[in-house]
Design a protein around this ligand. Structure first.
Ligand code: HEM
Length: 379
């Protein structure tokens, strides 16, 4: 709200990304994200945000659909689109609920209080995406360790600290792709290999980048949706009990959690293609614009009393999944994971509450993601 008071588009300096224009209203965020004519994710063909000092592994995994304009974006998105359609994802719901129930059962198996982030909200999305990709269950602990490193991304130094995890992951995924090439198999990696064999639609490098993107985009974001929702419900047990009385209330509630928490606070930076006027501000060719989804979701012109958590809000105009051609591929999956996570957790532990005073809940100091670092809970 403070930024919006300055104007619909404001200039800010970020670590790593540098100087960027950010949008503060929902209308402008939506307009920028839908406007591929004036904004591009690439600068002279290169991925936005990459720096000369970043090592090869980062360049390689950055070559994914989220950093591409058309037609390359659709070429890659179409390959995996089917797996994330509503029908396919709804079919997975009973299985996702079963995974959540198993994890809920084990929540306190190593003692109480338990860290919900570490023992629950991080594990569910990772388990689901690993299964979708066709990665063996026994490899999950390695993934957990690698992915935990990525959440520490706050600075250039932190960025460099990620390199060993990224190299390990790239080597591992390369090996899994090779296994799929020789033995086939189930899951999205095997599907990518089938498409590769048909020829022309995806390169070996793009395959690794795709798997990296799905793992990254598909797990951390949903983790923070789950932790954030549980956090809100432990602050307000009456709301928690109201939800438990009728689980169909989760359909509207999850939209409100998405809006209110905004796990992804900013989109990727877009480059301005030519000098233009953006709601009265002159932006120049080559400058970067980021849609601030967090501000869009708290814009009073889009939703009344946006600072209020209203689990029955309808209509709920939020941009938690972005919009335009890069609208989140996993939006159906994320919603179902969020709903299954809350249901399984509060069915198993109806009186779950915070295990520390509210003031001790720690948040990650990472621009871009709204993320609880650890959430100790007791039953
Ligand atoms: C794109 C949010 C879960 C896969 C995006 C974007 C947002 C977003 C805001 C657009 C970014 C931009 O335009 O710069 C979220 C949130 C999630 C979530 C808040 C959870 C609560 C998932 C899941 C998956 C996924 C579960 C799948 C495994 C993707 C992919 C893209 C994307 C592949 C790029 C799409 C494209 O470029 O066409 N997500 N996401 N996301 N998301 Fe999600």
């Amino acid at each position: 709200a403070r930024l919006r008071a300055v104007g619909p588009v404001v200039r800010i300096r970020f670590p790593i990304v540098g100087s960027v224009w950010i949008t503060t209203t929902q209308e402008l965020a939506s307009r920028v994200l839908k406007d591929s004519e004036n904004f591009t994710l690439r600068k002279d063909g290169a991925v936005a945000g990459l720096r000369w000092w970043m090592p090869g592994v980062i360049r390689a995994v950055a070559d994914n659909m989220l950093t591409m304009d058309e037609p390359d974006h659709s070429r890659l998105r179409d390959i995996v689109d089917e797996a994330f359609r509503r029908r396919a994802v709804l079919d997975m719901e009973p299985h996702i609920l079963a995974i959540a129930q198993e994890l809920a059962d084990q929540l306190f198996s190593e003692g109480s209080p338990a860290d919900l982030v570490e023992r629950y909200s991080r594990r569910l999305p990772l388990a689901v995406i690993c299964e979708l990709l066709g990665l063996p269950q026994e490899d999950r602990p390695r993934f957990m360790a690698w992915m935990a490193g990525f959440t520490r991304l706050t600075s250039a130094i932190g960025f460099l600290g990620l390199i060993p995890a990224m190299v390990g992951m790239r080597r591992y995924l390369g090996a899994r792709i090779e296994i799929a090439r020789t033995h086939g198999g189930e899951g999205l990696i095997a599907e990518l290999v089938r498409v590769e064999k048909e020829g022309g639609r995806i390169s070996a490098r793009e395959m690794v980048a795709m798997v990296f993107l799905l793992l990254g985009a598909g797990s951390e974001t949903t983790t923070h949706l789950i932790s954030g929702s549980v956090h809100e419900l432990t602050k307000n047990p009456a709301l928690r009990d109201w939800l438990k009385d009728d689980w169909s209330r989760l359909n509207l509630a999850i939209e409100e959690f998405l809006r209110f928490i905004s796990p992804v606070q900013f989109t990727k930076p877009r480059f301005v293609r030519q000098d233009m006027d953006l709601d009265g501000v002159r932006v120049r060719k080559g400058e970067k614009v980021m849609a601030m989804l967090a501000a869009a979701n708290m814009d009073p012109d889009a939703n009344e009393q946006p600072e209020r958590l209203d689990l029955e809000r309808q209509p709920n105009r939020h941009l938690a999944f972005g919009t335009g051609i890069h609208f989140c591929l996993g939006h159906q999956l994320a919603r179902i994971e969020g709903k299954c996570a809350l249901r399984a957790l509060f069915e198993r532990w109806p009186n779950l509450e915070l295990g520390v005073p509210e003031s001790q809940v720690r948040w990650r100091e990472r621009p871009g993601l709204r993320a609880i670092a650890s959430l100790p809970v007791v039953a």
